[in-house]
Ligand binder design. Structure first.
Ligand code: GLU
Length: 610
């Protein structure tokens, strides 16, 4: 979850490390630290509780100098966020930063205590530091010590180790948490995400599962989990330079909401003509795979799960293919039955979501016909391990609460629905044309939806002092309501729940009173009349309603119901369109409440722990 940065150079690296951490701060941000070694073998460690800025201030005062260093921004899993628990952790001359969880840390801790080590933190990470120290006593090289150490670890790690006595060497290991090595000229770097290094290099080596690498100023030597040297290819990145910059916007989330017209345009570009979906653009062999597919199993977490839920309605209604959706952390531990000719589709913004990745690996063992991922990060683990990677092109998403990744996932899913339907003969030319044209129209329609900003900003006042909110929708707008409630929870800390509107009378109606705003997503579709009845059920019980309605749906504001009229759009793409005002609502409520919009408490961006 956390951010890792490392550098080995001739110049002082503290500044590069801190800049890298800043770029990764969205991943974990409860504390941070660096350890830097100079040519005289002095190692200086500085750690701070709180944001990276605290560390930056401390480093300025302490004048940390040296050409080799490791840095970390933490998202605590074991032990409270505190300076003592912040990384790097040291064991005499060894220092280490770690991303992930060591599941057998209890056993190792006991063992190391017996060997005479004392622990200064509550973290699982500290056992790695002592283990490397122990192994170093009986091995010739630091590399070997780390290789021996990782064999004893259970769980997930991306870890970087330095030894004060070998000031020009970083040893890095990857298993379950991503690590990328950035190649410079006469200097090299590493990080848990290439984003951290875009200001120093564009050339990257992605480590594979089980790899351990030795990185010096001039060389990178990678060893596979069997200890043999391997060559991992160098990839030139074309990621945007300014992804880490908020520009004119107040928050990354706001910027990313506004980037959605472009993000959708980029995602459909080259994949659709003016009236058809280009099946081959989904991936090599996509046509053959989609033709054979009889069942689609979508697996995801969080916002990606909500996108998958929307697409279930589409896959069955439009493409006529059976589809199920499951939360990755449930799927991976359940004894499931694999239906014949099933396609597994994972969804993840980062492509590193630990549970989703585990689900993919399991599905491959359990006889799925093929595995596809819909993902936003090129080179990520899901992309590399899937048969087909259908990339969303949302651009780097930094706000922890996902926005443009969600809407581009929906656009990608809709193209896939059409592609499946075409292969199966369930989507005819007229339907295909209708959907493709609706996709083309979306960017402009989203621009229009963004214009409701002022109205929604005013409305947000009504929510800011509430403790609970209910979101309602029907059909594919039910998962849109779920996503809206997740957004509000994440960034405003207001308890929010979503219900399929027809489910109200089976329990949640008991909650309705004037302190519980009820937000309704009301497109003009065949379920409108049913939805209107559900709205009346709320009104009859004194509930306060906020209805985001298609302009033709016939809603009028009155004392107990505020109607926000949305321009009419095609029914099929309407779930994507109605997401926009929901994002704005949670954003403005959070602004009024003064919460940390981009880095909400307790959360992190790329969830690389299970
Ligand atoms: N499990 C480690 C800790 O709690 C690492 C957490 C992280 O990935 O930031 O310190």
């Amino acid at each position: 979850m956390c951010g890792i940065v490392g550098a080995v150079a001739q110049r002082d690296v503290a500044e590069i490390l801190v800049e890298g951490l800043r770029r990764l701060e969205y991943r974990g941000y409860d504390s941070s630290g660096v350890a830097v070694i100079d040519n005289d073998h002095n190692m200086k460690r500085v750690r701070r509780l709180g944001k990276v800025q605290e560390l930056a201030d401390a480093l300025e005062i302490e004048q940390v100098q040296g050409g080799t260093g490791i840095a970390h921004t933490r998202w605590a899993t074991h032990g409270e966020p505190s300076e003592i628990n912040a990384h790097p952790h040291v064991s005499e001359d060894i220092a280490i930063v770690h991303n992930g969880i060591i599941e057998n840390h209890h056993v190792l801790r006991e063992l190391l205590r017996e060997r005479g080590y004392t622990f200064t933190s509550q973290t699982d990470t500290e056992v790695i530091a002592h283990l490397v120290n122990w192994e170093r006593r009986s091995t010739d090289t630091l590399l070997q010590a780390v290789q021996n150490t990782v064999k004893q670890l259970e769980g997930a790690y991306g870890a970087v180790v330095v030894d004060r006595n070998e000031p020009e060497r970083l040893i890095v290991a990857r298993s379950g948490s991503p690590i990328v090595i950035g190649l410079g000229v006469g200097e090299n770097f590493l990080a848990s995400d290439q984003l951290a290094l875009l200001n120093v290099t564009r050339r990257f080596i992605y480590l594979e599962e089980g790899d351990v690498a030795e990185v010096t100023r001039r060389e990178v030597n990678v060893f596979a989990d069997n200890g043999e040297p391997v060559i991992r290819s160098v990839v030139e990145s074309n990621a945007e330079h300014d992804a880490g910059d908020k520009g004119e916007f107040r928050h990354f989330m706001q910027k990313e909401v506004y980037e959605q017209p472009t993000a959708i345009k980029n995602t459909i570009e080259g994949r659709v003509t003016h009236d058809s979906v280009i099946t081959d653009s989904i991936g090599v062999h996509a046509s053959e795979i989609l033709e054979k597919v009889e069942h689609i199993q979508l697996v995801a977490c969080g916002t990606s799960y909500n996108a998958a839920m929307v697409s279930r309605y589409w896959f069955e209604a439009i493409a006529g293919v059976s589809c199920s959706v499951e939360i990755a952390s449930e799927f991976r531990y359940r004894k499931f039955v694999t239906r014949p000719n099933s396609l597994l589709v994972t969804l993840s913004q980062s492509g590193e979501t630990a549970d989703t990745l585990a689900a993919l690996r399991l599905a491959k063992e359990k006889g799925y016909m093929s595995a596809m991922t819909i993902c936003n990060v090129a080179g990520s683990s899901l992309v590399r391990e899937s048969d087909i990677a259908f990339m969303t092109r949302a651009g780097t998403e930094i706000g922890v609460a996902s926005t443009k990744a969600f809407t581009t996932q929906l656009a990608a899913l809709l193209m896939m629905v059409v592609a499946v339907g075409k292969q199966k003969g369930t989507v005819d030319q007229a339907k295909e044309k209708e959907i493709v044209q609706a996709l083309h129209a979306l960017p402009e329609q989203i621009e229009a939806a963004l214009k409701t900003e002022k109205e929604i900003e005013a409305l947000a006042e009504d929510f800011a002092d509430k403790h609970h909110t209910l979101f309602l929708g029907r059909g594919e707008f039910y998962p849109i309501a779920v996503e809206a409630s997740l957004k509000l929870k994440e960034i405003s800390y207001i308890h929010a729940e979503a219900y399929a509107a027809g489910e109200l009378k089976h329990g949640p109606l008991a909650l309705i009173d004037a302190d519980m705003p009820v937000v309704v997503v009301a497109p003009n579709n065949e379920l409108l009349e049913k939805l209107k009845s559900n709205i009346e059920e709320v009104r009859a019980r004194g509930g306060l309603l906020y209805v985001f309605a298609d302009e033709n749906a016939g809603f009028v504001s009155d004392e107990t119901m505020t109607v926000i009229k949305m321009p009419h759009v095609n029914e099929i793409t309407a779930p994507i369109f109605f997401t926009i005002p929901m994002q704005l609502l949670s954003y403005y409520v959070a602004l009024i409440k003064g919460t940390d919009v981009d880095q909400p408490r307790n959360l992190a961006k790329a969830v690389t722990v299970e």
